[in-house]
Design a protein around this ligand. Structure first.
Ligand SMILES: Cc1cc2nc3c(=O)[nH]c(=O)nc-3n(C[C@H](O)[C@H](O)[C@H](O)COP(=O)(O)OP(=O)(O)OC[C@H]3O[C@@H](n4cnc5c(N)ncnc54)[C@H](O)[C@@H]3O)c2cc1C
Length: 411
């Protein structure tokens, strides 16, 4: 029987983040990951020479634990344009970020969607967030995100066409019941940094963390199927004894292993199309606030020229499906794309698609942050679901749990 000081169940960002702390402190640990590769929800596949992430994901460079744990430069960041394009049933209109590029200010004076009150609300928000730490944001009185937009006095058009579709794409949740604290956190990150994707796709993030670890301490293709006190049984029928267990799995797996209650999840489906003529020739995220099935789309190969063969265009189209979507879902997506881009889309070929039914956990204002110290069996929880469904949440939770274990072990 193998004996380790700390068994980390799950090699997603949270497990890897915890492992980097143990590695630095010379503490004996083992990551046990059920998949072939570490990375968890951050997966990338090469399909027909295109780099396709499993779902639309971006990295916000201003997130505190991203700055702390990752080298953005070594990810060869590929940048989205600041702002967005929004679909208003006849055309896409640019919502610029004049705070990063003042040349946009004259355009805002006669903007077809943003009113003076929207510009003022955006400015007030920026000024109030500037002085706030993460601690300040997360101790504000809580409210759902849709109430925050009302309270900040944004116009209906700005909410419906820009803010709501934008945050639906972030939370993967249609009603924006998600806590406004998360909205403020993301807003601060967008204002203070950039939205990027690594040149080699989103999986480059966990790969960068894993490369800093002793590879002998990572055991892939091994699922923990049972725990009894500090004894772990694996799918390979081996047993591992651990002084401490750091459970860094997704919520469903933790719920199965530890008999936790059921939770609601948010789903997403992303379609990748190869197109002949690029109908989108820019690096903006395109948002659709209409009742159609699409939430957002963008030209992957414009943002990241390394994401496909030269002179080819790859478009990513993301949707928020309900549990009851029919088999015709992709047909509906294509029909909606036709209203946006006309007959040009007849030549779009589906390269692949990813359906992720449990992409994020639902985080309404009643969502309670779980106590990460589980019980007397020396079991600790981390993972995005223990705090916040994001790269920041996963990295932070892993680091925090590992730091508290290190101080326990070294005191
Ligand atoms: C489609 C999509 C879009 C997203 N977009 C963004 C975005 O734009 N920006 C952002 O900040 N965040 C985004 N996120 C969220 C972010 O990717 C996640 O919050 C983060 O990757 C979660 O990391 P984690 O380590 O907590 O969990 P996971 O990535 O779920 O890792 C858990 C790991 O545990 C393993 N495991 C489970 N059970 C067992 C077991 N019994 N034994 C061994 N191993 C096990 C799993 O295989 C997995 O590798 C998105 C997520 C998705 C899915």
């Amino acid at each position: 029987m193998k004996h380790v000081q700390i068994a980390i169940i799950g090699g997603g960002l949270a497990g890897l983040s915890a492992a980097t702390v143990f590695e630095k402190n010379n503490i004996n640990y083992l990551i046990i990951e059920k998949d072939e590769l570490v990375g968890g929800k951050q997966k990338t596949s090469i399909i027909n020479d295109y780099i396709c992430d499993h779902g639309f994901q971006i990295l916000l460079t201003a997130s505190p634990d991203v700055k702390r744990l990752l080298s953005i430069k070594d990810l060869s960041p590929q940048y989205f344009s600041q702002g967005a394009k929004v679909w208003n049933n006849d055309n896409f209109y640019t919502i610029p970020n004049p705070l990063k590029n003042p040349l946009w200010i004259p355009y805002l004076l006669f903007h077809p969607i943003l009113k003076k009150r929207d510009c003022l609300a955006l400015l007030r928000l920026k000024l109030s967030l500037k002085g706030q730490s993460l601690g300040d944001i997360f101790s504000q009185p809580n409210q759902p995100t849709h109430s925050l937009f009302e309270n900040l006095n944004f116009s209906k058009a700005c909410q419906d066409l820009f803010l709501k579709p934008f945050f639906r794409g972030v939370y993967l949740e249609n009603d924006l019941e998600t806590s406004a604290r998360l909205c403020l956190f993301y807003w601060k990150c967008f204002l203070e940094g950039y939205a990027i994707i690594p040149k080699n796709g989103i999986a480059a993030i966990p790969n960068q963390l894993a490369a800093t670890l002793n590879q002998n301490n990572i055991m892939c293709n091994t699922q923990i199927i049972q725990l009894h006190k500090n004894l772990l049984t694996t799918s390979n029928d081996t047993r591992i004894k651990a002084d401490y267990i750091c459970c860094a799995t997704d919520y469903s797996a933790a719920a199965t292993l530890f008999k936790l209650p059921k939770q609601r999840f948010q789903a997403t489906k992303t379609y990748y199309y190869e197109t002949g003529t690029p109908v989108i020739n820019n690096c903006y995220l395109h948002l659709d606030g209409s009742t159609g099935p699409i939430n957002n789309l963008y030209n992957v190969t414009a943002v990241n020229k390394y994401a496909g063969p030269q002179n080819k265009t790859l478009i990513s189209v993301s949707t928020l499906p309900t549990a009851t979507e029919s088999d015709d879902y992709e047909k509906n997506v294509k029909a909606h794309l036709k209203t946006m881009f006309g007959n040009a889309i007849e030549n779009w070929n589906l390269v692949t698609h990813f359906h992720i039914p449990k992409a994020l956990h639902y985080q309404p204002i009643s969502y309670g942050v779980l106590n990460t110290h589980y019980n007397s069996n020396n079991i600790y929880f981390c993972g995005d679901w223990t705090i916040q469904g994001s790269i920041q949440g996963a990295l932070y939770s892993g680091r925090k749990v590992a730091e508290s274990l290190v101080s326990k072990l070294t005191s």
